[in-house]
Design a protein around this ligand. Structure first.
Ligand code: BTN
Length: 245
């Protein structure tokens, strides 16, 4: 991975650039990095705060030969790789909130957005978008994010090398991806579970028909979260967001 790296000063979104690169024949492992995004994208149509020079805004092109419905597994794999890289570089206590938010002291420090393109149930490619708030300081966040977002610098008490962290992430991702392609999702799932701050905790999720409260119990082998409701019913959540209670 990372044999080909495209670095930009300013882009709308590294995801958009990566999609275009795929269309012009860029191979698996190609990486797009930008100092600043003017229209950084988050999950569920949200925007992603991406100020200049303070974070890692990265998109990685992947072309695994797996069916479309295994995509969530790659999301969880990305979270595991990122979590391990951050642990190695920053020595902070960090955990994964399902499916792939990285939290330190309950605040979000990094997010992952996977965008794919497929045909006839088969995946053509995936763009793994990784956003890490590395050296943002409190004043770099808009007011509404201050209580829910944090950065590695704030949490580890000093500036963190973005180069070092990108390198550590790519190495971890390479290991996890090789393990996944060889052995499937089972070993990744174990690693994810060990890093999770979600399992066995009370959570709430909203559905079109209202809230569901319950205890997050386990992951299934597609990456969906099984929740046990107060009346003992087991339900599965395939996508969306949960709130830790
Ligand atoms: C989320 O938690 O909602 C996902 C955030 C993903 C942000 C990254 S930054 C690099 C890449 N380019 C984007 O526009 N988004 C992703």
């Amino acid at each position: 991975l990372g044999q080909k790296v495209h670095i930009y000063d300013e882009v709308d979104s590294t995801q958009t650039i990566a999609h275009k690169l795929v269309a012009s024949g860029a191979p698996e492992g190609t990486i797009v990095l930008a100092e600043r995004q003017t229209a950084g994208r988050g999950r569920m149509g949200r925007s992603w705060h991406s100020p200049a020079g303070k974070g890692i805004w990265l998109s990685l092109i992947l072309t695994p030969r797996i069916p479309m419905y295994f995509m969530p597994q790659l999301t969880l794999l990305s979270a595991v790789a990122l979590c391990r890289a951050i642990q190695k570089v920053c020595h902070v206590e960090i955990g994964i909130k399902w499916p792939n938010d990285l939290l330190i002291h309950g605040k979000k420090v990094s997010g992952i957005l996977l965008e794919s393109s497929g045909e006839d149930e088969r995946l053509k490619y995936v763009i793994a978008g990784i956003g890490i708030s590395v050296n943002l300081l409190e004043e770099d966040y808009p007011e509404e994010l201050r209580s829910i977002a944090t950065s590695l610098a704030i949490e580890s008490g000093g500036k963190v090398s973005r180069e070092g962290l990108v390198q550590a992430f790519l190495l971890e991702f390479e290991d996890m991806y090789a393990l996944y392609l060889e052995k499937g999702f089972a070993p990744i799932r174990l690693l994810w579970e060990a890093l999770s701050v979600t399992l066995k905790r009370p959570i709430r999720t909203s559905t079109p028909s209202g809230f569901i409260d319950g205890i997050a119990d386990s992951l299934d082998n597609t990456g969906a979260l099984t929740v046990i409701t107060p009346n003992g019913e087991r339900i599965k959540i395939y996508s969306g967001d949960i709130e830790l209670k």
